[in-house]
Design a protein. Structure first.
Length: 102
């Protein structure tokens, strides 16, 4: 699930050819906290956590880091499964994709 959340953010940002101002909504605290709080230290520590363990999904975090360099991003956390129309639609499409490809 965390991998899919990261991929969604990467793909959303990669969609834009030119740099732009983006509001990115996510229901993933993992993605929001990772990008706003943790990634700086991970990079300084050679992609290790504060407990010296390798960062999970490092390849995806590196790709997301590349994408955020291109844009000015306003990260917005929204509560999942709380009736946010676009969030519910994204969850539906993700589930449909999983069902069709497993």
């Amino acid at each position: 699930n965390n991998q899919m959340e990261l991929m969604a953010a990467i793909r959303a940002l990669a969609y834009f050819d030119n740099s732009t101002n983006v509001s990115l909504f996510t229901d993933s605290k993992y993605v929001k906290d990772g990008i706003e709080s943790w990634i700086v230290n991970w990079k300084m520590n050679g992609w290790k956590t504060s407990t010296k363990k390798p960062v999970k999904n490092k390849d995806l975090w590196i790709e997301l880091d590349k994408q955020i360099q291109r844009h000015t991003i306003n990260w917005q956390w929204i509560k999942g499964h709380a009736g946010h129309k676009r969030n519910e639609q994204a969850d539906y499409l993700a589930q449909k994709f999983i069902e069709e490809h497993t």
